[in-house]
Design a protein around this ligand. Sequence first.
Ligand code: NAP
Length: 498
Amino acid sequence: MSKEYTRAYWEKLGQELKIEGRNFINGAFCDALSGQTFVRIRPMDGKPGATLARSSAADIDLAVKAARDSFESGVWRHKEPLERKKIMLKWVELIRQHAEELAMLETFDVGKPVMASLTVDVRLCADGIQFYAEMIDKMYDEIAPTGPKARALVRKVPLGVIGAITPWNYPMIIDGWKLGPSLAAGNSVVLKPAEQSSLSAIRLAALAHEAGIPAGVLNVVTGYGEETGKPLALHPDVDMIAFTGSTEVGKLIMGYAAQSNLKRVALELGGKSPLIVFDDADLDAAASAAAWGCFYNSGETCHASTRLLVQRSIQDKLVKKIEEVARTITLEHPFEPSAAIGALIEEEHMKKVLSMIADGEKEGARRAFGAERALSETGGYYVSPGVFVDASNDMRIARQEIFGPVMVSIPFDTEEEALKIANDTIYGLAGAVFTTNMDRAHRVSEAIHAGTVWINTYDMSNFATPFGGFKQSGFGRDRSVHAIDKYCDYKTIWQQFN
Ligand code: NAP
């Protein structure tokens, strides 16, 4: 019989949990060299949570040195592929064994429902790492065509030391997207999680070590972006930064790479994705996809369906249906087993979301429902799902990421106009089209300029499909067999015979 998860169960587990907030460097926990710390305020109730190391450039130096030493020694990259695979699979097993604990840590940090942390975030982190672990002993190098007097090997070699900088919205999933392929390729890593969401990263690193990943191969350094992320991205001994976060910080990362050692950069950045609904579409399917696509994770999703482009004649009908779906997406305390969505990441972010909602009204869009502060009696930071209608694409709410559960509905009349609005954005992460006309579905999905386009669905994917953006949504792909490539380089070894 499967376990019954209740609020009391999670509250008890939360009280019993021993939480580690120190850095994990060279196989051991350690305080920041300065001894400084900071306290994470829990978004679910506004109360002080874990105490974490407030690291600086000196801690980054220490972690990069540990990563470099482990890389040069070959303790990981020169292990037999089968052996590395077994160790990574053992790590995956440990993640699954500690799933409840990891889910609690994630929910304490980011305020999402603990059942979502358990059944989505922890699961996808483990599945993602497993995907790359299983590739380790199945990757072949090449022999290039040459004349008979020569042999040219084309080897795929790890880059060296990878700096991973990750955001707070899906910490474990995105950490898994970076750690899986970079470690599978034989690199050593320094991971700097967002200041709001370090706990699961620290625990993941400790479990990796327990599984047998050697000291120095995976290090986690916590702290603020300017004080910790910046010195990592500027570090002359880091070979690549794998970054997920805002477009604004992504631009800084490129600058740091250019100012330092021309390290490689992969950027997974923001989005303002269009979901286009034509009047021949299955409106129930479109409403469900739009609502879940925008409101899941309280709208804190880079590829959320935030811009609903809807044929004018059906706007009111569709938005009514979206409201009906939104009512079923229960906003509750994250320990409630029935919660579908929980708190926003922090008070300051909630205020930003509320101020963008106020802006939308000032700019003349009409709030059809929701988009209000909720559950304030908890002390936490909650906003209810809501939709603005009759918006135009030049409004701030249509151009900038709100990163809250707020959808902006923009009416259109023709296919040409819909496509013009869809592509009139600096972003190009994702998009969707709903229609029963398959010729049009093909045309529109080809014309939306984005890394992923869905037809008559939203947010469907698996590990076989690459994920990432066009335009200012970044470059480089997470997930799929292709993700390994960005953590490797090609090396030619030419041998001439007499
Ligand atoms: P963010 O503010 O850009 O932060 C991302 C990471 O960068 C954090 O670890 C942050 O540390 C660090 N950072 C901040 N300033 C830095 C600096 N000067 N140098 C080096 N590192 C620095 O983004 P966020 O608010 O955490 O996450 C939300 C954003 O991520 C949204 O724009 C969302 O669309 C995007 N995102 C994109 C994807 C994708 O796959 N395309 C996925 C998820 C999220 P601190 O937290 O300590 O500041």
